[in-house]
Design a protein around this ligand. Sequence first.
Ligand code: CDV
Length: 307
Amino acid sequence: MSRSLMIAAAQMGPILRTESRTAVVRRMILLMEKAAARGAELVVFPELALTSFFPRWYLEDQDEIDTFFESRMPSEETLPLFDAAARLGLSFSFGYAEKIRARDGKTRRFNTSVVVSAEGEILLKYRKIHLPGHREAEDWRPFQHLEKRYFEVGNLGFPVTDALGGRIGMCICNDRRWPETFRILGLQKAELVLTGYNTPVHYPPAPAHDHLQDFHNHLSMQAGAYQNGTWVVGVAKAGREEGCDLIGGSCIIAPTGEIAAQCVTLGDEVIVAECDLDRCREIQDNIFNFAEHRQPDQYGLLVETTP
Ligand code: CDV
């Protein structure tokens, strides 16, 4: 059986705060159809794909905040995505703001991504662990980044699942900058890591690095791919969204760290690459054969980080 998977990265352009879920889902279905026409078997959408990136606003009214969250998946508004995937015979992955009622009766909110099969089964769920930004309004910023206010740290670890002929894991946006994200997935022999992102060009705490945003994006994902011998699919919400410029550069990266396909716009755009999952062996069995060459017992890792 072939272990080649045709994967599409479905980059999305800006989503207005007033844009309805129905309108966004329509855009996503159009992208799915374009991907299917190019032979895609898996379509990957960005982080928080269903709405504008709302952590850029300081909101106090919980009812208003909850308008950005999904308490069911699929919901009436997102069901057409699942129907389109069934009609087109493809799997898909996307990010959304998830609100749940936990077993203890408490309401909890996460920045979540799922992989869904063509049959509508949720094959894998991940909740973002590295939440960037701050909790309270910081008026000196031109826009806020309040993920720490609106979401809890993910409580599912970095799970992988055997699906679509390979071993799949996920991370979300800021997670991709942390080597341990990819290494934890790599230690589980992930062959495909999906990640969506909303990355502003302007980083208010260190604006001198603004010109490096695209570089750091690719640097992190290409290093993660190579050092763990896995395919990586990184998908942006891009362009000027509600006055905030978001980087694009969505791409599909081979286990060698090479970019196999890359978006060239800042709008809705589909790229496709044939990903041979057996190519992970080129790296995982050789230069990064963990069982043969990794020496965790020699690292002296019991060094405390200073606060
Ligand atoms: N959505 C994000 O996680 N964005 C961060 C920005 C704030 C640095 C990122 O790592 O791209």
